[in-house]
Design a protein around this ligand. Structure first.
Ligand code: SF4
Ligand code: SF4
Length: 283
């Protein structure tokens, strides 16, 4: 279990913006990855931009390379052929650097190439990691996307609350992983009280909200936990949908490549998901 240490970031406050906007320097974002044609990061076909840095450290995180706000190297020894040319950059996929500085204008070029696929429902999704950790970059990228009539969505933990930024999205997708501070701190490294306060505040902004819970056996895959989360979210009309997402061990090889201990959670079976889905509200 990795998520046991408080993050050190101030809850609910903006961090020192790692996207360069507070220093009168050109704004840039530290981007972990860009997934084009994504069907899993919001409605329609989307360009998902994965930002580096997250104040949480979820034990099951499927993007562990996005947690550190600094560039990192992932090493896959099974792909290494021992050529000795590491200093020139690895062409065998054995050493992969994650974290590239990009300006909003560079990202816009990618969005413009993808725009024809967006249709009426797709667009840009800022995800990660925690996109609200790089607010200057996010603000400028949203401004450019809006100018081109490209829709913008975000996937966020709502650990931070930046009202102006949050109001500028068409859709906010957030997780509520556990309902109580004790377990939330144990499995993510931070408490949930402030996150729930931010959910209550964001529900008054008039932005569409999609809520989700990653279902992780041994952590939250029981009726009482899901029913408690569901009851809390049901009281918020802005939450138009609540989804349960089965844990997937996608992050395991990446954790090993980062030198972290792989997680040992089980994938919930279909019967368990069907049972829990009976306790997740449907509007
Ligand atoms: S360049 Fe890549 S394949 Fe070659 S030794 Fe370095 S890590 Fe291994
Ligand atoms: S909030 Fe998301 S990105 Fe951050 S550690 Fe948890 S699962 Fe990973």
């Amino acid at each position: 279990m990795s998520g046991s240490v408080e993050s050190g970031f101030a809850v609910g406050e903006r961090t020192a913006d790692i996207s360069g906007g507070d220093n009168a320097e050109p704004v840039y974002g530290l981007v972990a990855d860009i997934e084009r044609g994504s069907l899993h990061d919001g409605p329609g076909i989307r360009t998902a931009v994965f930002m580096k840095g997250c104040p949480l450290d979820c034990a099951w995180c499927h993007n562990p390379e996005c947690i550190s706000p600094k560039p990192q190297t992932l090493y896959y020894p099974e792909k290494c052929v021992g050529c000795g040319h590491c200093a020139d950059g690895c062409h065998n996929g054995a050493r992969v650097v994650c974290g590239k500085r990009m300006t909003p204008d560079e990202l816009l070029l990618v969005l413009l190439e993808d725009r024809e696929y967006y249709g009426d429902t797709g667009g840009l999704t800022l995800t990660g990691g925690e996109p609200l950790m790089q607010p200057a970059f996010a603000r400028e990228l949203i401004r450019l996307a809006r100018r081109e009539r490209i829709g913008v969505a975000v996937e966020t933990s709502l650990y931070y609350y930046d009202e102006e930024l949050l109001k500028s999205f068409d859709l906010i997708m957030f997780d509520l992983k556990l309902p109580d501070d004790e377990r939330h701190r144990k499995y993510t490294g931070v408490g949930v009280t402030n996150i729930k306060e931010h959910i209550l505040k964001v529900a008054r902004l008039g932005v569409k909200l999609l809520a989700r819970t990653p279902v992780v056996p041994g952590v939250n895959a029981d009726i009482e936990t899901i029913a408690e989360i569901s009851d809390f979210l049901y009281s918020l009309p802005a939450v138009y949908k609540y989804e349960l997402l089965p844990y997937h061990p996608l992050g395991r090889p990446k954790r090993e490549a980062l030198g972290l201990r792989p997680d040992r959670f089980d994938v919930p079976d279909r019967k368990l998901m069907e049972e829990l889905n009976r306790y997740a509200f449907v509007r």
